[in-house]
Design a binder for this molecule. Structure first.
Ligand SMILES: Nc1ncnc2c1ncn2[C@@H]1O[C@H](COP(=O)(O)OP(=O)(O)OP(=O)(O)O)[C@@H](O)[C@H]1O
Ligand SMILES: [Mg+2]
Length: 323
């Protein structure tokens, strides 16, 4: 079944709201009173572009992040103020710190900044850590490590950093780095424990932190979602590792693989993506919601014109301009 424009949230552009910033996945508004509205769209972004929209993806991400923010609030305060719509979180606007904190518990990943890619290319020193020889693909590290990257400005690629780089370049103060790295490891340990209760392995994840008006460090953006994290099935992990196979994951990258097999995704026009691939991916996100949170995903009923619903919810903020 083809995906109609009414079934997905491609954008949530509302010209009546101030301070629009379009991220790859979220459309954001900064209100003059210090709040930031983050609308999680259904955009699937890869290769520095939007490939397509996946039904329910935005709502799944917002709901998983909500659950994980609640599960970790004792470890670190976060930006959340309110959830006025299944696709929206209203947060405190933070000054986002210019380092993305990636925590990795396993030798995994396929991008140029992933430790598996670097390890296979013969590197043992990475991000200020030294990994031992003889690790198998997807093997657990002795202890989780932080592999920070610069939070690149519009369009630029993230760049690997070491603690030394971060301090030498003044990206963070020593105290900020210490607090962020300790907090990130504690959050990751909690994420792994919660995943384990659900028969999952949290292999790695990414955190963004910011400072609020009072100078408090808070978690921003999203946490432990299928977009920001790599989850594997625990029950088949050892067996697959022994067989030299990659772990079972929520295979949400089928669209990406399909596109990459047919064109140069950085240069060529992307061919039309078959609807069955899009629906398969939608189901994968819904399944991920249930597996990660242990709660059924509740698609809005009756089937919504999702963009109209979101714009109606945004209407509640229109007065904010004059506040
Ligand atoms: N509480 C907050 N205050 C200020 N900025 C925030 C907050 N939470 C998230 N952000 C920023 O809002 C944006 C969210 O949009 P999205 O997640 O789509 O961006 P992204 O594609 O991951 O990153 P970007 O497009 O900025 O490279 C990000 O730039 C993120 O850093
Ligand atoms: Mg983001």
């Amino acid at each position: 079944m083809a995906v109609s424009a009414h079934q997905v949230l491609g954008d949530a552009i509302d010209p009546r709201l101030p301070g629009l910033y379009r991220g790859k996945v979220r459309d954001n508004y900064d209100l003059p009173d210090g709040r930031r509205i983050l609308v999680t769209s259904d955009r699937l972004s890869a290769f520095d572009r939007v490939l397509c929209c996946i039904p329910f993806k935005g709502q799944v991400l917002n709901s998983v992040a909500r659950w994980a923010f609640e599960q970790t609030a004792d470890l670190c305060p976060n930006h959340v103020l309110d959830y006025p719509d299944p696709n929206i979180v209203v947060g405190r606007r933070l000054e986002i710190l210019p380092v993305e904190i990636v925590v990795r518990g396993y030798l995994a990943g396929a991008t140029s900044t992933s430790i598996l890619t670097l390890y296979r290319a013969g590197h043992r020193e990475m991000y200020g850590h030294r990994l031992p020889d003889g690790l198998a693909d997807h093997q657990a590290l002795e202890t989780p490590i932080i592999t920070p990257t610069s939070k690149a400005a519009d369009g630029a690629h993230d760049e690997p950093l070491t603690e030394g780089d971060i301090l030498a370049r003044g990206l963070l103060s020593q105290a900020q780095w210490r607090q962020m790295s300790e907090t990130a490891l504690a959050l990751f340990a909690r994420g792994q424990a919660l995943a384990a209760e659900r028969g999952l392995i949290l292999a790695d994840t990414k955190y963004e932190f910011g400072i609020d008006a009072a100078g408090t460090l808070r978690l921003a953006d999203e946490i432990h979602t299928p977009d920001s994290s790599r989850y594997w099935r625990a029950d088949t992990y050892s067996q697959r590792l022994a067989a030299g196979e990659p772990p079972d994951s929520f295979d949400k990258d089928v669209v990406r693989a399909w596109v990459a097999a047919r064109c140069d995704p950085y240069k060529d026009e992307v061919p039309e993506i078959p609807p069955e691939l899009i629906w398969k991916t939608a189901l994968t996100y819904v399944e991920a919601h249930e597996r990660i949170t242990g709660r059924a995903f509740e698609p809005p009923a009756p089937a919504p014109p999702v963009r109209e619903r979101v714009l109606a919810a945004l209407g509640d903020f229109h007065g904010a301009r004059t506040a």
